[in-house]
Design a protein around this ligand. Structure first.
Ligand code: GLV
Ligand code: MG
Length: 361
């Protein structure tokens, strides 16, 4: 076990000291760009300021023959733009692939001073993070980088799920975790071909014969009445998101929902994003431009909720005691809930000129 006093020591001579506190950043959407496609690289300038994070994707969805072009394209787009307050991330190839090492060496060497975070796919345990942590420290020392590059792990294997708490707490370099529902479904042998979201077959069925509490109501012969037999679709991802959120919150890092693959179903995308938001996630990936507004809407708190939360904070300026507001009991715990919402609204208001007046903070 690493001794506590060593946790915040640089892992290589010349590397910057690990950050003690997470950076406070608004990251409602991590927008994926395929950097090997010139036309898409040219759109990056227009994304800056409209999305919270731009991510150059080198991993899945980039064909093997385009891996090197994607790596070079990312370096080109990182150099060609001033990202200002918009985060710049890359998703490198998995550590067991033939490309990961060159992705990391080339990108950190060329544009490490512009890169905020490396998203690492298919993380199985804390050993994967320790490897990248050490390598990044060596490269930071070698290239004279002053700000530590963060690591964001994708939770997308059954083994990674089993080790989620250890992964979240593995290094002060950890930024957060994203759920990767496609790879995770495959790894678990779930029987779905979808990328995230629900499945119509995953449901609970009400009792036969239309039974309700205290009365068995069927037809005269007791045959099931299909029309009255209630059936509700359940959330395939509830357990996974809940575990990820707890692991992240306990470690002081941020949980994210990952991709939603059905671009033709914005309603289902919004429902999936909202479930994640309500359960504690900070944002989601956007793979298609149409998903940017959905993520912005969902991961910015609702103005009516912000107004109510603000009333709680105003009624209890020192954060303690108990008051009633609109018939609802408020105490130290609801004060903390309200603070989560108001703090997020302040971040959103500082970024989005159109949201600021709606929050009236
Ligand atoms: C994302 O990478 C996923 O596998 O869902
Ligand atoms: Mg994946």
């Amino acid at each position: 076990m690493k001794q506590p006093r060593n946790f915040y020591r640089p892992l290589a001579i010349g590397a910057p000291a690990p950050a003690r506190e997470p950076e406070v950043a608004l990251e409602r959407m991590i927008h994926f760009v395929p950097p090997h496609v010139e036309k898409m690289r040219e759109k990056v300038a227009g994304l800056i300021g409209t999305v919270d994070v731009v991510l150059g994707n080198l991993e899945d969805a980039v064909p093997a023959e385009a891996k090197e072009a994607a790596r070079a394209g990312f370096i080109t787009m990182a150099r060609a733009n001033d990202f200002k307050a918009t985060g710049l991330w890359t998703r490198v190839n998995a550590l067991d692939s033939p490309w990961a090492l060159d992705d990391i060496l080339a990108i950190v060497g060329a544009v490490g001073d512009r890169l905020d975070c490396i998203m690492l796919p298919k993380v199985e345990g804390d050993w994967d993070i320790h490897y990248l942590d050490q390598l990044l420290a060596q490269l930071e020392g070698k290239h004279g980088l002053r700000k530590p590059i963060r690591i964001h792990a994708i939770l997308e294997t059954a083994e990674g799920m089993r080790n989620v708490e250890a992964i979240a707490a593995s290094s002060p370099r950890m930024h957060g975790l994203s759920l990767g529902p496609a790879d995770l479904a495959a790894s678990r042998a779930m029987k779905t071909t979808r990328v995230g979201g629900g499945h119509p077959g995953y449901r609970v069925l009400g009792d036969a014969h239309g039974a309700t509490l205290g009365a068995a109501a069927g037809d005269a012969k007791g045959a099931p009445r299909a029309d009255t037999r209630a059936s509700f679709q359940q959330d395939l991802w509830h357990y996974t998101i809940a575990r990820m959120v707890d692991a992240c919150a306990a470690a002081g890092i941020k949980p994210f929902y990952g991709p939603f693959g059905d671009f033709a179903d914005p309603q289902a995308c919004e429902a999936q994003f909202r479930n994640a938001f309500l359960m504690g996630c900070a944002g989601a990936w956007t793979l298609h431009p149409s998903q940017i507004d959905i993520a912005k809407r969902v991961f910015s708190p609702d103005p009516a909720e912000v107004t109510f939360a603000k009333r709680i904070l105003d009624a209890m300026p020192d954060g303690g005691g108990a008051v009633m507001i609109d018939g609802k009991m408020q105490d130290d715990a609801t004060w903390k809930q309200a603070k989560v919402i108001v703090d997020l609204a302040r971040l959103v208001a500082a970024r989005d000129g159109d949201m600021a007046p709606r929050y009236q903070l």
